[in-house]
Design a binder for this molecule. Structure first.
Ligand SMILES: Cc1cc2nc3c(=O)[nH]c(=O)nc-3n(C[C@H](O)[C@H](O)[C@H](O)COP(=O)(O)O)c2cc1C
Ligand code: SF4
Length: 585
C-alpha cells in the first residue's frame, strides 16, 4: 500500500468522459449510463428490517443524482444471515410493501434499481440475527458489530445448504415482485457464499468442499436456482478478485468462478476484493486512501477478458478521470462508485455537465463508524444519512460575505454559501488547505494512513466548487492585519482554525516536518486514542483575540469549524454545512 494510483492507469493520456455516459445493458435491463452505485449498508432500516422514510430519502438522493443503477444494500435471504442491527429485510413477504416503495422511489428519480442478497453466514452473531449462525465449517469467526466477539457457527448439513439455496431463490423472486430490475448475489468479502469459496473457511470434505469445483457449487446452485425461478430478472454476481490473504481465494480461482457464474446464468460479474481476514487488515475491502486509485481494476480486467457478460469494477474510482480510464482501458463495462456517492450524490449529473464534484477522501470514517454501530455518515458530506434534515432552505441569502480562512471548513462554507451570496474567501497563506496540507505527515487520519494525494485532490475539488459558485478567492491576504479589507461585508465568517496552547505549535510543526511522528516510538503515542483526543480537543483553543477584533466591526459574525470549537475535521465540516445551509440536523 503506497497511495499511488493503480498501475493500469498511470499513463498521461486524458480519458474521454463520454464513455461514462453511454447507455449500457445488464441482462434485459437497459441502463442510461455506465455508473452503478454498489451495495452499502446504511442501518437506515428500522430494527425489524423495514424500509424507513430515511432509507427512501437516502436512495432517492443518489438516484436523482444521475447514477444509472442503484444497488440497495445487503439484505439477507434468511433471518439467520442478518449481519447487522437495522439490516434491511427481504427474507419474508412482510417486507414487500416497503421494498416496493423503495424500488419505486429509485425508479421515479430516473435510475434502475437492484438489491443485494447477502447472507452473513459465520460472520454474524445470535444477538444480531436471533438464530444460530451457520457456515460451511464450524471454525472461529471474529465478528465486529458494535463490539468484537468471536463465534463458532454451526456447520451446514447438505439439507441446510439446499434450504439456503431455496431461500436465495425466494428472495430473488421477492426482489422481482417488489419491482427491482436486478438482484446481486453477494459472494464477496467473507460472507456466506464467499466463505464457501474460501479455502481457509471451507474445511468440508463433501461435495461442497475441497476442490474449487466443490467450493463453488453452493454459489452456482444459487445462481441457477434464482434464474430458474425468475429468468427475466437480471442477476449480478459479486465476488472478490482476490481475498488478500494467503489461505484465501486467489485471483486465478476468482477468474474460474466468474466464468462458471456467467455460464450458470449471471448477467454481470461485479469484481471487488478483500475479506474480513485480509492482510494487512479487513479495510482492504473498502480500500482506504493508502491503496491508491483502482486497486481492484487488475482483477476486473482479467475477468472481463474471460467472461461473455458485462463486468462491473469498483474500488476508489471516484476521480472522474480514473473512472473514465477504467472503461477506456477495457477494465470494465461499468464502474461502481460507493463512497464517491456518499461524498457527492450528484457525482454523475455533475460530471456529465462539467461541474466539479466533492471528492471522497478514502478516510473510511463512513464504514468504520457504521461498523461500530452508528448510522451511515460521511466526513466531507454531513447531509449523507441525514437527507431529510438537510433541506437546504436556510442560511444567508443575497449577502456580501467575507470568509476568513481557506481550510476545509472555510472552503466548504464558501462553496455552499457562494451559490446565493457574494462571497470572498481570504487566506493569509499563499494556498488553501489549512491543516489538510500537513496531515499526510501524521501517522493516522481517522483510522487510516493519510496520503497527500488524496487531501490535495479534496482541496482542489473544494476550490473548484468555490469557483463554480462564483466565490472570489484571495490568498496571501490577511484581512485581520488590514481591517479595511473587511469593510462593506454584511457577514464575516471566521474559519481560521484553532491555535495551540502552551506554545505547542512550533513543536507540532517540527515533529510533522521531521517525519518522526510516523516512526516508533512516537508513532505509537500519536496513534493512541487518548493522545489523539487530547491533541484535538485539549491541546488547542479558539483564537479569542482574533474573534474580539472581528466582533468590533459591528457586522454579523459567524464562527465555524475549529475556530468555534477545536475538534476533528468531521465536526468542522459539518459545522460549515450547517452555517451555510442554516440547518441543525
Ligand atoms: C459504509 C459502507 C458499507 C458497505 N456495505 C457493503 C455491503 O453491504 N455489501 C457489499 O458488497 N459491499 C459493501 N460495501 C463496499 C462497497 O460496496 C464498495 O465495494 C467499496 O466501498 C469500495 O468502493 P468505493 O471505493 O467506490 O467506495 C460497503 C462500503 C461502505 C463504505
Ligand atoms: S467518510 Fe471518508 S471515505 Fe467515507 S465517503 Fe466520506 S470521505 Fe469518503
Amino acid at each position: 500500500m503506497n497511495g499511488e494510483p493503480a498501475v493500469l492507469l498511470q499513463g498521461d493520456k486524458k480519458a474521454g468522459r463520454a464513455l461514462l455516459f453511454e447507455p449500457g445493458r445488464i441482462g434485459g435491463v437497459r441502463l442510461p449510463n455506465r455508473v452503478v452505485m454498489p451495495s452499502m449498508t446504511t442501518r437506515a432500516a428500522d430494527p425489524d428490517g423495514f424500509v424507513t422514510e430515511g432509507s427512501l430519502a437516502y436512495y432517492r438522493a443518489r438516484a436523482v443524482g444521475g447514477v444509472g443503477l442503484v444497488t440497495v444494500e445487503m439484505a439477507s435471504p434468511e433471518k439467520a444471515g442478518r449481519h447487522r442491527f437495522n439490516e434491511l429485510g427481504i427474507y419474508d413477504d412482510r417486507f414487500l410493501p416497503g421494498l416496493k416503495r423503495l424500488a419505486a422511489a429509485i425508479h421515479d428519480a430516473g435510475a434502475k434499481a437492484a438489491i443485494q442478497l447477502g447472507h452473513g453466514g459465520g460472520h454474524t452473531r445470535r444477538d444480531i440475527c436471533g438464530e444460530d449462525p451457520v457456515a460451511p465449517s464450524a471454525i472461529p469467526h471474529p465478528v465486529f458489530e458494535g463490539h468484537l466477539e468471536t463465534i463458532i457457527p454451526q456447520e451446514m448439513s447438505p439439507a441446510r445448504i439446499t434450504e439456503c439455496v431455496s431461500a436465495f431463490a425466494a428472495a430473488f423472486a421477492r426482489a422481482a415482485d417488489a419491482g427491482f430490475d436486478a438482484a446481486e448475489i453477494h459472494a464477496a468479502h467473507g460472507y456466506l457464499v464467499s466463505q464457501f469459496l474460501c479455502p481457509a473457511e471451507n474445511r468440508r470434505d463433501d461435495d461442497y468442499g475441497g476442490s474449487l469445483e466443490n467450493r463453488a457449487r453452493f454459489a452456482l446452485e444459487i445462481v441457477r436456482a434464482c434464474k430458474e425461478r425468475r429468468p427475466e430478472m437480471a442477476l449480478i454476481f459479486r465476488l472478490n478478485g482476490d481475498d488478500y490473504f494467503p489461505a484465501g481465494m486467489p485471483a486465478e480461482e476468482a477468474l474460474q468462478v466468474s466464468v462458471w457464474a456467467a455460464a450458470a446464468g449471471a448477467d454481470a460479474i461485479h469484481v471487488t476484493g478483500g475479506h474480513y481476514r485480509s492482510q494487512p487488515s479487513a479495510a482492504v475491502m473498502i480500500p482506504p486512501m493508502d491503496m491508491g486509485y483502482g486497486p481492484f481494476l487488475k482483477f476486473a480486467k482479467m475477468i472481463r477478458e474471460a467472461v461473455p457478460v458485462p463486468v462491473i469494477a469498483v474500488g476508489r474510482l471516484g476521480d472522474p478521470e480514473v473512472a473514465a480510464r477504467a472503461l477506456e482501458e477495457g477494465c470494465a463495462d461499468f464502474v461502481a462508485l460507493g463512497r464517491p456517492l456518499l461524498a457527492d450524490p450528484d457525482w454523475v449529473a455533475k460530471v456529465g455537465s462539467g461541474k466539479p464534484i466533492r471528492t471522497c477522501l478514502g478516510c473510511n470514517t463512513c464504514v468504520d463508524e457504521m461498523r461500530a454501530g452508528h448510522p451511515l455518515h460521511c466526513l466531507v458530506n454531513p447531509t449523507t444519512g441525514r437527507e431529510q434534515g438537510y433541506q437546504d432552505d436556510g442560511g444567508p441569502r443575497n449577502e456580501r460575505i467575507a470568509v476568513i480562512g481557506a481550510g476545509p471548513a472555510g472552503l466548504t462554507y464558501a462553496g455552499l454559501a457562494g451559490t446565493r451570496n457574494q462571497v470572498t474567501l481570504f487566506e493569509r497563506t499563499p494556498s488553501a488547505g489549512g491543516s489538510f496540507n500537513r496531515v499526510s505527515a501524521a501517522p493516522l487520519f481517522q483510522n487510516v494512513r493519510p496520503e497527500a494525494y488524496s487531501f490535495a485532490a479534496f482541496i482542489r475539488s473544494l476550490e473548484e466548487i468555490c469557483d463554480q459558485s462564483g466565490v472570489e478567492r484571495r490568498y496571501g491576504v490577511n484581512p485581520l492585519k488590514d481591517l479595511a479589507q473587511l469593510a462593506g461585508y454584511d457577514r464575516i465568517v471566521v474559519a481560521s482554525g484553532a491555535t495551540y496552547r502552551w506554545g505547542l505549535g512550533g513543536l507540532v510543526s517540527g515533529l510533522l516536518a521531521s517525519g518522526l511522528l510516523r516512526k516508533t516510538p512516537l508513532r505509537q503515542l500519536a496513534e493512541s486514542e487518548r493522545f489523539r483526543h487530547w491533541f484535538y480537543y485539549k491541546a488547542r483553543r479558539r483564537q479569542e483575540s482574533l474573534l474580539s477584533t472581528v466582533r468590533k466591526l459591528g457586522v454579523t459574525v459567524e464562527v465555524i469549524g475549529d475556530a468555534k470549537s477545536p475538534g476533528k475535521s468531521k465536526e468542522a465540516i459539518r459545522n460549515a454545512f450547517e452555517a451555510a445551509l442554516g440547518v441543525s440536523a
